[in-house]
Ligand binder design. Structure first.
Ligand SMILES: Nc1ncnc2c1ncn2[C@@H]1O[C@H](COP(=O)(O)OP(=O)(O)OP(=O)(O)O)[C@@H](O)[C@H]1O
Ligand SMILES: O=P(O)(O)OC[C@H]1O[C@H](OP(=O)(O)OP(=O)(O)O)[C@H](O)[C@@H]1O
Length: 209
């Protein structure tokens, strides 16, 4: 019987999260990283993993089909789901910033901002008292100012390589991002003992880093 279901994000967080779990002493089956299976059992741990798109992890956790999940703080800030944040895993570190073509001002009439984070971008410009039109994109955000679609972008920066290679510069840092362990509020009440043991094992590894 699986005691816990954990939603793991596919993509770049997966690599670091997998390493964290292994180093924390969890015995994970090889098929979690080297197969196309979307549901993988870790029988020794009595844990079931589901592999989801990063943006969808909080959806599975909010609906309670996963007790726990790993999600980027960017996704949590953007979505405001009914989940509890239990732990900062300090992995997939990056930040969200505004960027654009060097030495350019925002268009005074109807400035446009391209992003896949419309809520974060809207709040940022609202706090600055600037009214902007948000253009929502799903990826390759850096293209927008280069091709004249927008004056600025609001996007993730990690090494800065993508901005540099496309001739863009950062203007304002908005918020630091890392991956978080999230939990369904009802699961946390019903399975608190089991979840606390699980969290303590992860914390133990994080404290060593
Ligand atoms: N360049 C980066 N460096 C470090 N962490 C990042 C970077 N870009 C994104 N992240 C973090 O990793 C999470 C997942 O990013 P990833 O690129 O794997 O997925 P995605 O862009 O949501 O999906 P996909 O690329 O599959 O459409 C983000 O939510 C963010 O927290
Ligand atoms: O500062 P860097 O290290 O260059 O990383 C930043 C880039 O990483 C992310 O893109 P991703 O690779 O997820 O591709 P995407 O354009 O499909 O979102 C982000 O949207 C930036 O484009």
């Amino acid at each position: 019987m699986n005691e816990l279901t954990i939603a793991m994000p596919k993509g770049r967080i997966f690599e670091e999260a997998y390493k964290l779990f292994v180093q924390a002493g969890f015995n994970l089956p090889a098929e979690i990283s080297d197969s196309r299976k979307l549901i993988v059992e870790a029988p020794d741990e009595r844990i079931q993993f589901i592999l989801a798109k990063p943006m969808d992890v909080p959806v599975y956790v909010e609906h309670g089909v996963a007790d726990i999940g790993i999600a980027g703080k960017d996704v949590l800030l953007e979505q405001h789901r009914d989940v509890h944040e239990l732990l900062d895993l300090h992995i997939s570190n990056c930040y969200i910033a505004t960027a654009g073509i060097p030495n350019t001002k925002m268009n005074e009439i109807a400035p446009r901002v391209a992003t896949k984070y419309p809520r974060i971008a809207t709040n940022f410009y609202k706090e600055k008292g600037e009214q902007v039109e948000i253009i929502e994109l799903n990826g390759s955000i850096e293209l927008a100012p280069m091709i004249g679609l927008a004056d600025r972008i609001v996007d993730i920066v990690s090494t800065g390589q993508t901005l540099k290679e496309n001739g863009l510069v950062e203007y304002e840092k908005i918020v630091s991002i890392s991956s978080r362990l999230i939990v369904n509020p009802v699961s946390y009440r019903v399975k608190s003992e089991r979840i606390n043991v699980f969290v303590a094992q992860l914390k133990n590894e994080l404290n060593k880093r």
